[in-house]
Ligand binder design. Structure first.
Ligand SMILES: Nc1nc2c(ncn2[C@@H]2O[C@H](COP(=O)(O)OP(=O)(O)OP(=O)(O)O)[C@@H](O)[C@H]2O)c(=O)[nH]1
Ligand SMILES: [Mg+2]
Length: 224
């Protein structure tokens, strides 16, 4: 399993590491795999090699001194795989719902995913709606205002990307990570922080405080 805090500790200061699970959902051929491949490996393939079931990639980043480990699940867009969705979105901290700006149907599919995710997970997940392929803007079939207005109405954030031209991808993941960190920190406050131990949140994120803490409640080892 993907756990927080694996690996070395930072030498000094209060450094927290976060582990988040992120899932990409959306119709086939909208560019989910391309977005992930661009982000994780800075690669782009002009050919469509359809994803079967799902694939998994990881990414480590550092945000204002905090280590973030992302486990990214890129799911298959083909309708025959739709029923597998819950396997991948369950316990996710963030969902990236991708449509192709030249394909109106793919935007309707995003709306279906939003309904399903809100029904199954409530507001416990950070939603990103992503209009991909903005390099094909001349063939756009989804109005910017409509897409952005819809995202706002469902508590999601909207982004535009081009995996092909590497536009908006870094910004998308960085912004999502910051939102997931805020959610995790709010969860942590809510739980009243278990005196420096790992605090699993509602969505299974673990926050590990690398800084040694003073004696835990009920602890027996206070020295001095
Ligand atoms: N012009 C353009 N083409 C893109 C972009 N992103 C992806 N594509 C192309 O769109 C096609 C589908 O991309 P994929 O990333 O395989 O799409 P997917 O959503 O993962 O598809 P499934 O795995 O079948 O669900 C490929 O031919 C990509 O080269 C983009 O930003 N601009
Ligand atoms: Mg794919």
């Amino acid at each position: 399993m993907f756990c927080a805090g694996g690996g070395g500790r930072m030498a000094s200061g209060s450094t927290k590491s976060y582990s988040f699970k992120v899932v990409l959902l959306g119709e086939g051929c909208v560019g989910k795999t391309s977005v992930v491949l661009r982000y994780c490996e800075n690669k782009f393939n002009d050919k469509h090699i359809t994803t079967l079931q799902a694939s998994f990639l990881t990414k480590k980043l550092n945000i204002t001194g905090k280590r973030v480990n992302l486990a990214i699940w890129d799911t298959a867009g083909q309708e025959r795989f739709h029923a597998l969705g819950p396997i991948y979105y369950r316990d996710s901290n963030g969902a990236i719902l991708v449509y192709d700006v030249t394909d109106e149907d793919s935007f309707l599919k995003v709306k279906n995913w939003v309904k399903e995710l809100r029904k199954m997970l409530g507001n416990d997940i950070c939603l990103c709606i992503v209009g991909n392929k903005i390099d094909l803007d001349k063939d756009r079939h989804v109005a910017v205002d409509e897409a952005e207005g819809y995202a706002e109405s469902v508590g999601a954030r909207h982004y535009h990307t081009s995996a092909k031209l590497n536009k908006g991808i870094e910004e998308l993941f960085l912004d999502l990570c910051k939102r997931m960190m805020e959610t995790a920190q709010a969860d942590e406050r809510l739980k009243g922080s278990g005196a420096g131990q790992s605090v699993p949140s509602r969505r299974g994120v673990q926050i590990v405080d690398d800084e040694p803490q003073a004696a835990a409640a009920g602890g027996c080892c206070s020295s001095g």
